[in-house]
Design a protein around this ligand. Structure first.
Ligand SMILES: Nc1nc2c(ncn2[C@@H]2O[C@H](COP(=O)(O)OP(=O)(O)OP(=O)(O)O)[C@@H](O)[C@H]2O)c(=O)[nH]1
Ligand SMILES: [Mg+2]
Length: 375
C-alpha cells in the first residue's frame, strides 16, 4: 500500500516537473508584441477570479487551492510558449486598475494586445463590473480596434441552469445596450459561461486562443479531410499540457465530448508517469509512441495519438469504423505530415519576424544621432 502510494507520489512529482518544464517559462520580463506571440489580457474587478483562471488553466493549480491566492497588486506577465501553436502571453491585471494613473501606459498595453478577457463574477452584483467593462472596452477599442473582446461570466458553478441562462442574457443585453448608447454598436463582445470547477474554463480559453491562431482555417480543413476519409465522427487537436483544443473539425462541439477528451489525456499522462518512465525516473510521459484506445459502452471508441511533441489528436470513432484501423492510421500519417508542414512554415515566419525586429532595434539611432549599426 505504502509502496503504491509512494509510486503515485513520485509520478505526481514527475508530472509536475514535466508540466513546469512545458508551461510558463519567462516571468515578469517579457514585453509582449508580435514577436513573442499575441498578448492576452485578463481584466476585471477585484476577486472576480482572474488569477485563479490563469493558475488553473496554465499552471495545473487545483481549483480548491485558488482559495488561498493573494490579491494581485501588479501586472503579472506569463509567457505560454509550450507548443508550436499555443504561443502567447497572458497578462494578469490587479483588480482595480486606474486608467487615469499617468504611470499606467494603457495605450502601449492595448496596442500589442490580441484578446482582452474581461472576467465578471456572476455570484456578485455585476453592475459595477458592467460599468468597468464598458470603460475598459471603449478605451481599448480606441487604441486598437482589432482586439477580440471576450467576456467570461465567471463562477457559474454557484448558479442553477435557469439562473445561468438568465444571467448571461441580462449581462449580454446590458453590455450591448451600453455600447449602443455610446454609438459603439460595432464593437463585438463574445460571452462565455465559465467556472474553474469544471471544464468550461478550458473550453472558453480554447475558443479565445483559437481566434488568435492564423492557421486555424488550415487546421480545420485538414481535420475535416482526415475525418471524412477515415469514418471518424469527431476529432480534436489538443495542446496536451494545457488541454486547450486548438482546432476541431467543423461539426458542432458538445461539452461532454470535450470533457471525455480531457479525461483521456489525463489518464494517458498519469499512466505514463507511473509505468512509462525508466527505472531511474528519466524519460518523458509523452513522446512519439504515445497512443491510447478506450472503448466506451456506447459502441464508440476514443482514439488518441501523438501529433507533435506538444499536440495530440483525439478522435471519436464508431466501433464498426474502427475495424478499419489500418486506414485510419494511414490517413493519420498523412495528417501528421501536413501538420508538420504547417508548423514549419509558421516557425519560418516567427524566425523572420524576430530577425526583422532585431534588425530594426539595432538600426534605431542612439540619442546623439549615430546609428548603432552601419546602415
Ligand atoms: N465558486 C468559484 N470561485 C472561484 C472561481 N474562480 C475563482 N474563484 C474564487 O474567487 C476568489 C478570488 O480569486 P482570484 O483569482 O484571486 O481573483 P482575482 O480576480 O485575481 O483578484 P485580484 O487579484 O484581487 O484582482 C478566490 O477565492 C477563488 O477561489 C470559480 O469559478 N468558482
Ligand atoms: Mg489576481
Amino acid at each position: 500500500m505504502e509502496i503504491a502510494a509512494k509510486a503515485c507520489q513520485n509520478a505526481e512529482d514527475l508530472k509536475d516537473q514535466w508540466f513546469v518544464s512545458h508551461c510558463g517559462m519567462v516571468r515578469g520580463t517579457s514585453t509582449g508584441g508580435p514577436a513573442g506571440g499575441p498578448r492576452i489580457l485578463l481584466m476585471g474587478l477585484r476577486r472576480s477570479g482572474k488569477s485563479s483562471i490563469q493558475k488553473v488553466v496554465f499552471h495545473k493549480m487545483s481549483p480548491n487551492e485558488t482559495l488561498f491566492l493573494e490579491s494581485t497588486n501588479k501586472i503579472y506577465k506569463d509567457d505560454i510558449s509550450n507548443s508550436s501553436f499555443v504561443n502567447f502571453q497572458i497578462w494578469d491585471f490587479p483588480g482595480q486598475i486606474d486608467f487615469f494613473d499617468p504611470t499606467f501606459d494603457y495605450e502601449m498595453i492595448f496596442r500589442g494586445t490580441g484578446a482582452l478577457i474581461f472576467v465578471i463574477d456572476s455570484q456578485d452584483d455585476y453592475m459595477e463590473a458592467l460599468a468597468r467593462l464598458h470603460l475598459t472596452v471603449t478605451r481599448a477599442y480606441k487604441v486598437n480596434p482589432d482586439i477580440n473582446f471576450e467576456i467570461f461570466i465567471h463562477k457559474v458553478d454557484g448558479l442553477s441552469d435557469d439562473h445561468k441562462i438568465e444571467t448571461q442574457r441580462d449581462i449580454h443585453q446590458r453590455a450591448n445596450d451600453d455600447l449602443a448608447d455610446a454609438g459603439l454598436e460595432k464593437i463585438h463582445l463574445s460571452f462565455y459561461l465559465t467556472s474553474i470547477y469544471d471544464h468550461s474554463i478550458f473550453e472558453a480559453f480554447s475558443k479565445v486562443v483559437q481566434k488568435l491562431i492564423p492557421q486555424l482555417p488550415t487546421l480545420e480543413n485538414l481535420l475535416n479531410i482526415f475525418i471524412s476519409n477515415s469514418g471518424i465522427e469527431k476529432a480534436f487537436l489538443f495542446d496536451v499540457v494545457s488541454k486547450i483544443y486548438i482546432a476541431t473539425d467543423s461539426s458542432p462541439v458538445d461539452m461532454q465530448s470535450y470533457e471525455l477528451c480531457c479525461d483521456m489525456i489525463d489518464v494517458v499522462i498519469d499512466v505514463s508517469c507511473i509505468y512509462g518512465l525508466k527505472d531511474d525516473g528519466t524519460g518523458t510521459p509523452y513522446d512519439k509512441e504515445s497512443m491510447a484506445i478506450i472503448k466506451l459502452n456506447n459502441t464508440t471508441v476514443l482514439y488518441l495519438k501523438e501529433v507533435t511533441k506538444f499536440l495530440a489528436l483525439v478522435c471519436f470513432v464508431r466501433e464498426e469504423s474502427f475495424e478499419r484501423k489500418g486506414l485510419i492510421d494511414y490517413n493519420f500519417h498523412c495528417f501528421r505530415k501536413a501538420i508538420q508542414e504547417v508548423f514549419e512554415v509558421r516557425m519560418k515566419v516567427v524566425r523572420s519576424r524576430k530577425h526583422q525586429s532585431h534588425v530594426q532595434k539595432n538600426k534605431r539611432p542612439t540619442p546623439n544621432g549615430t546609428p548603432r549599426m552601419p546602415l
